[in-house]
Design a protein around this ligand. Structure first.
Ligand SMILES: [Fe+2]
Length: 399
């Protein structure tokens, strides 16, 4: 994020004395990416930011993955992981089921009714898409409100917690990066402003507007981190005082929410390729938003995608709203995830190609992640896979 924001009380000059009404100093903390060379913010705490009294193991949900071998297209039915007739007794942080992952990114899914523990991801940024429900995300920068259709981008090492609000379960599709997630660089000016041809602009990003101040002692924070060798582990830290003790902050690093309804689709006379749908990018992956839109208006256009081989990427599509015409009849439905790996072709379901001719608009809503290295399958994927999906283009299964 290169957009300056200021919330609460900060001193006129950075790195100078900032005191409360009794004359006590606040403690300044720099949260900065890439050492001291990237985007950063300065936060002013009532208490010492590093003061912990304990650190023990936090046993993470299963993080193991297995290769997509033999190589197949996959269809995951996420709603079967958390059936509607069994209300989830879990939260957005500890209840995640790992679907797919590689060294660059991991994708998980969770349905939650409970408030999460305090948490931070020390491996990378998290981009959480809310399929349904609403929440307050309390963060060290202040609270964000989030609702169905929001992406919530939480920078690496941001202490936060998810508090579901309202009666509907919070269905969260979680993209965990190794490193950072940003708007596409081609949409940014050399100083970081979103350009005129970008599908959204700064006005569409909702950052914190006030600080969140909590008190207490011996406060637990769950930290996800990588100790080396590619392993992912968790540590339960106990802080001497509540980490939400910030009276003010400013800078260009902070969490924000972005409503997918504010993504303005880019359309054309003939079929536009997936990069026009790109909303974010991370190291070795991109995130695209497929939103309702008018479709191709050349008199001989074919509105559904052409068949394509993603030579260098695995493609993960999460179908989260509307009606995705291109895969009608394949079993793909709301709550489905398709994994179309690099190495061979995929595209519309038989009949969709012809049926799309003359269509004026599509109602689809989908979030896509394209990775530049192969994805492996997590336990959540294996628990909800439709084993017949790979054969749906041919209409025949294995002999
Ligand atoms: Fe595709």
């Amino acid at each position: 994020m290169a957009f300056y924001r200021r919330v609460g009380a900060v001193p006129p000059k950075r790195h100078t004395q900032h005191r409360d009404e009794q004359g006590c100093l606040y403690y300044e903390e720099l949260m900065g990416e890439e050492g001291f060379s990237g985007d950063s913010s300065l936060l002013y705490h009532r208490n010492l930011p590093p003061a912990i009294v304990d650190a023990t193991d936090w046993n993470l949900p299963d993080q193991t993955t297995m290769p997509n071998h033999p190589l197949r297209h996959r269809h995951l039915r996420l709603h079967t992981l958390f059936p509607d007739d069994r209300p989830p007794r879990t939260d957005v942080v500890t209840g995640r089921r790992l679907l797919l992952g590689n060294m660059d990114v991991r994708i998980a899914y969770v349905v939650a009714l409970r408030a999460s523990p305090l948490y931070r991801n020390a491996i990378g940024d998290e981009l959480v898409y809310l399929e349904s429900g609403s929440a307050v995300v309390e963060t060290v920068f202040g609270p964000l409100t989030a609702h169905q259709g929001d992406h919530v981008l939480i920078p690496r090492a941001t202490t936060h917690r998810w508090l579901p609000t309202g009666p509907e379960p919070l269905r969260a599709y979680v993209i965990e990066a190794t490193g950072h997630i940003t708007p596409p660089k081609r949409y940014l000016s050399r100083f970081g402003q979103l350009l005129e041809h970008a599908p959204y602009c700064e006005r569409d990003l909702r950052g914190p507007t006030e600080t969140s101040t909590s008190t207490g002692t011996d406060v637990e924070v769950l930290v996800k981190h990588r100790p080396g060798g590619g392993r992912i582990v968790g540590t339960r830290m106990v802080y001497a005082s509540h980490p939400f003790d910030v009276v003010g902050w400013d800078g260009c690093l902070y969490p924000f929410a972005f409503d997918i309804a504010d993504f303005e689709p880019i359309t054309g006379r003939i079929h536009q390729p997936p990069p026009v749908h790109q909303a974010f990018e991370g190291h070795n992956f991109v995130v695209c938003d497929f939103v309702p839109r008018k479709v191709d208006y050349h008199p001989l256009s074919i509105p559904v995608p052409y068949y394509h081989s993603n030579v260098d990427s695995d493609e993960v599509m999460f179908y989260c709203g509307g009606d995705y015409a291109a895969r009608k009849g394949s079993g793909i439905a709301l709550g489905s995830v398709s994994l179309h790996p690099g190495g061979y072709a995929h595209g519309p379901h038989p009949g969709s190609y012809e049926a799309s001719i003359g269509v004026q608009s599509v109602d689809e809503l989908a979030v896509m992640v394209d990775t530049f290295h192969p994805l492996e399958l997590g336990e959540g994927a294996l628990a909800c896979e439709d084993p017949n999906y790979a054969w749906t283009w041919s209409g025949r299964g294995p002999a």
